[in-house]
Design a protein around this ligand. Structure first.
Ligand SMILES: [Zn+2]
Length: 152
């Protein structure tokens, strides 16, 4: 949940309504905000998916409001943990997110097996979409571990 800003302040995770070009509203986007208000950034592991969603909505000429946690598996999971996690818990927010992501990926893989056994290509497509969204958190973690190796 917490991360350090380049200014030395702490960054808190929150969910915000983001408006693009005045016509598209994406609600419940996970964003890290500096407590000193100097900087904010979209949760790194969902950045690419948010961009892809925006360009596809733009292409379809859509406007109005989309609830990001309803269309993105990872954002949904982050929101779930965000609502229930308390600082007093023994696991950090990140550790909990990592564990739940692993569980979620396993569940999706099981579902994919079912969909495949039933030869349901629509369902298979939907699940592999969700899996792709979830896999960003794993990739992101590996990336930040590599970064840390360079920092220390
Ligand atoms: Zn800052």
């Amino acid at each position: 949940m917490y991360k350090q800003c380049h200014c030395g302040g702490m960054m808190n995770l929150s969910f915000r309504l983001v408006i693009f070009e005045g016509v598209l509203e994406i609600d419940r986007v996970p964003i890290y905000e500096c407590e000193l208000d100097c900087y904010h950034e979209v949760f790194p592991a969902i950045k690419a998916d948010l961009k892809a969603l925006l360009s596809s909505l733009k292409q379809q000429g859509k406007n109005g409001r989309i609830i990001f946690t309803e269309v993105n598996e990872l954002a949904h999971l982050i929101f779930d943990i965000y609502r229930t996690w308390e600082q007093s818990e023994s696991l950090s927010f990140e550790a909990l997110l990592e564990r739940k992501s692993g569980e979620r990926i396993n569940l999706l893989l099981d579902l994919y097996g079912c969909a495949k056994a039933m030869n349901d290509s629509g369902w298979m497509g939907d699940i592999s979409n969700r899996l792709a969204q979830m896999s960003n958190i794993v990739k992101d973690r590996q990336f930040s571990e590599e970064n840390q190796r360079f920092t220390y």
